[in-house]
Design a binder for this molecule. Structure first.
Ligand code: PGA
Length: 297
């Protein structure tokens, strides 16, 4: 069963890779031989929280008050961590003004890939760009499962975000069922290959990947740091096959799924984990500030 599923997924992935780069089907395996300086990136995904604007502004102010000097915007990386928060749409503008005081960047939790028109409820990339968003989450598992977005939709979103001059955080990860079938790597490779279809090497400078095992999201089950790192190595290998060494080694890959102040230091001590995408714990300024100020080993 695992063999058949893996074969199906990998042959699908190979076809996409060939369309990507026009070459022979890739091999997957191996690991990083060299460590590169990648700026850590900690992101807080507030999801559909908190309930009111007042609560959102209080959370943002509390966070700004707690973040130390080790956090900064991406441009002047010198050992500091980039911090991004993703509030719900109605709160973005005001949260941005507060967050800017601490060099915190703002993102939106999703966009639709169409530019404008009759898409009731839709929000376009240009709209969130015009209010100061720099990052957009693409392919979050809740968008995939609850809102039925498929890899084709996610690929179009990634391309639209890049086209608009913003940066996608592309979320990938296996479900519990796929984990049990031991096809996690194949699933992640397939998602990466499809969701990055048409993205150029040049554009990859602005792409962040988040490995989020679905079984770890909101469940309190954190993937072991060594296991998470092993998946990050496989993701880099896939990027190496889709692009080249430079992209594989420069792309930042976050881990997401029940990250807390208790688990962050171990995760961040792993060589291929460059940051975390945090849901539940980002709703506590105290916890998220501790995560952002993780212990540097
Ligand atoms: P969690 O969510 O930290 O609550 O598990 C992570 C996410 O959904 O990105």
């Amino acid at each position: 069963m695992k063999f058949l599923l893996a074969l199906t997924l990998l042959s699908g992935a190979s076809a996409f890779v060939q369309q990507h780069v026009g070459g022979a089907p890739p091999t997957f395996g191996g690991g990083l031989t060299q460590l590169h300086a990648r700026q850590p990136i900690m992101a807080g995904n507030w999801k559909m929280n908190p309930a009111t604007e007042d609560d959102a502004l209080e959370l943002a102010s509390d966070l700004v008050g707690r973040l130390g000097e080790e956090t900064c915007a991406v441009s002047d990386f010198e050992g500091c961590t980039e911090v991004v928060v993703f509030p719900p749409y109605p709160f973005i503008s005001k949260v941005k003004d507060i967050a800017a005081e601490a060099g915190v960047t703002i993102g939106a939790q999703t966009i639709v890939y169409q530019d404008k028109g009759a898409f009731t409820g839709g929000v376009a990339a240009s709209m969130v760009k015009s209010i100061g968003c720099e990052y957009i989450l693409c392919g979050h598992s809740e968008r995939r499962t609850v809102f039925k977005e498929d890899d084709d939709d996610i690929d179009r979103e990634v391309l639209k975000v890049l086209d608009a001059g913003m940066k996608p955080i592309l979320c990938i990860g296996e479900t519990q069922e796929e984990f049990d079938l031991d096809i996690s790597t194949e699933v992640c490779i397939m998602q990466l290959s499809k969701d990055l279809f048409g993205v150029t090497k040049e554009q990859m400078k602005d792409v962040v990947i988040a490995y989020e095992p679905v079984w770890a999201i909101g469940t309190g089950l954190v993937c072991g740091s060594k296991e998470a790192n092993a998946m990050h190595v496989s993701i880099r290998d896939c990027l190496r096959n889709l692009y080249d060494d430079e992209v594989a080694e420069n792309t930042r890959i976050q881990y997401g799924g029940s990250v807390t102040p208790d688990s962050v230091d171990d995760l961040m001590a792993q060589p291929d984990i460059d940051g975390c995408l945090v849901g539940g714990a980002s709703l506590s300024a105290e916890k998220f500030a501790r995560i952002a100020n993780f212990e540097k080993s």
